[in-house]
Design a protein around this ligand. Structure first.
Ligand code: HEM
Length: 414
């Protein structure tokens, strides 16, 4: 991928485009870009035992909802060595070097390391996660069949680029030393995925033919609304595995989607968008506001509105995405998924890398099936039409990963 042209982009969008391009040339351009680039160093002993424990250090918005870091890289890895005490120590040392280089903070680096069922097959161990599979009748995705993944996240674009290169021995991270790298143990796999999240960032992409000018200026997500309200997210403890060798870890499902934004913004109006994303009740009662500010920390879809999904389909001819998904809350009302999805323009089209943590992949599957709403298709709504946001989202890839606890994150096996 060529480097973006700084003269045609805003500074923020230029930096985001450099993360998407990746590599040492993009990193050098990022370092050269004007702006404050001081990054706090870290201490591995300050990191918690759960790799997915990010909430304690995330910034909160004005309403107290945790905010994901702005820049993300999903680095696919292929195992190229056998598991020995030495290779394990090498991987652990490489990860610890990153933890020394960058603070455990969105201004530094947050990351997780995960493994696929292909990895466990290759090393001759039982896999704690199933192979990815098709989850609905509307999709025929590709599957993540590489061995491992590193999810790098930071508010600083230079950090995600530099951490990635440092793992392969190309650069020193934040001026620090890598005591070891992935070289000889992991090779880069495909695909390399990137993304971003933050108020105003989606609206900077109206130069792409698929991103309409009518996208709200300050929306943090491509679909034009805030997402990830605190009340609709699983607490980290809820997605943490409670027993067995991965106790203290979690699972990740990554669903990569492309978006059809022209119809969403140009054929539908705000009322329809609110009805399809939240619920018809949200649209009729004007509960949401332009981009979701009115909701503060809670959508209010759980309970009565979720229970009315089938009735809304029959009587109103539209159901909301959040309304359908909330049907699969746990018995005590807690949401089973901790969503850490982000926007992307990988492959030159707007999309979402929908990354979610949950205790078991089966938890993701049941919520995803509730979102698919196949039970109500033909009962006033279509398979896609007016059935939440299904008319606008297209599943391209799926992957399942175990995220071991931090002390077992380097080449786990039985
Ligand atoms: C482009 C894709 C998507 C967009 C734009 C989107 C957007 C939203 C929005 C705006 C909400 C309500 C606000 C909130 O986040 O609390 C929501 C809720 C939710 N979404 Fe999505 N979503 C997408 C894909 C998915 C996928 C693939 C899943 C997988 C199962 C999913 C599961 C959920 C769940 C579980 C909730 C919370 C329901 C509850 O309150 O219990 N979403 N989504």
């Amino acid at each position: 991928m060529g480097l973006p042209d700084p003269s045609t982009l805003s500074r923020r969008d230029y930096l985001r485009a450099l993360v998407a391009a990746g590599g040492t040339a993009a990193l050098a351009a990022c370092v050269d870009a004007p702006g404050d680039t001081s990054v706090p160093a870290g201490d591995p002993t300050e990191r918690p035992p759960r790799q997915h424990a990010w909430n304690g250090v995330l910034r909160a918005d004005d309403d107290g909802n945790p905010q994901s870091p702005e820049h993300h890289v999903l680095l696919a890895l292929e195992l190229s060595a056998t598991i020995t005490q030495e290779t394990r120590e090498q991987v652990e040392m490489a990860l610890r070097s990153l933890e020394s280089a960058y603070a455990y903070d969105p201004a530094g680096l947050l990351f997780t390391v995960g493994y696929t069922s292909s990895y466990f097959e290759r090393v001759g161990s039982d896999s704690p996660v199933p192979e990815p599979e098709t989850m609905t009748t509307l999709e025929s995705p590709e599957f993540d069949d590489f061995d491992a993944i590193v999810h790098l996240a930071s508010d600083n674009p230079e950090v995600v680029l530099e951490a990635e290169e440092a793992l392969f021995g190309e650069v020193s991270p934040n001026g620090a030393k890598m005591d070891a790298t992935f070289e000889g143990v992991f090779e880069r796999g495909e695909p390399r995925r990137t993304g971003f999240i933050g108020p105003g960032l989606p609206a900077e992409h109206t130069d792409m033919p698929e991103v309409p000018d009518s996208i709200p200026e300050d929306a943090p997500f491509f679909m034009g609304f805030r997402s990830g309200f605190a009340e609709s997210q699983a607490p980290e403890s809820r997605v943490t595995i409670q027993e067995g060798p991965y106790s203290g870890g979690t699972t990740t499902h990554i669903e990569s989607l492309t978006l059809q934004l022209e119809t969403w913004f140009e054929q539908d109006n705000h009322f329809q968008r609110v009805a399809k994303l939240f619920s018809p009740e949200h649209a009729m009662d004007e509960r949401v506001g332009e981009i979701g500010k009115k909701l503060e920390r809670e959508t209010g879809v759980a309970g009565e509105i979720a229970e009315r999904t089938e009735q809304d389909a029959r009587e109103l001819g539209t159901v909301g995405h959040a309304q359908k998904a909330a049907r699969e809350r746990d018995e005590d009302g807690a949401p089973p998924l901790l969503r850490r999805d982000f926007n992307t323009t990988d492959n030159g089209t707007p999309g979402v890398h929908f990354l979610a943590h949950q205790r078991r992949i089966a938890d993701f599957a049941r919520v995803r099936q509730a979102m698919a709403g196949e039970d109500i298709a033909g009962e006033g709504v279509g398979k896609r039409l007016n059935n939440g946001i299904l008319q606008y989202v297209f599943v391209r890839r799926r992957g399942n990963f175990i995220i071991p606890p931090r002390d077992n994150r380097a080449l786990p096996a039985d």
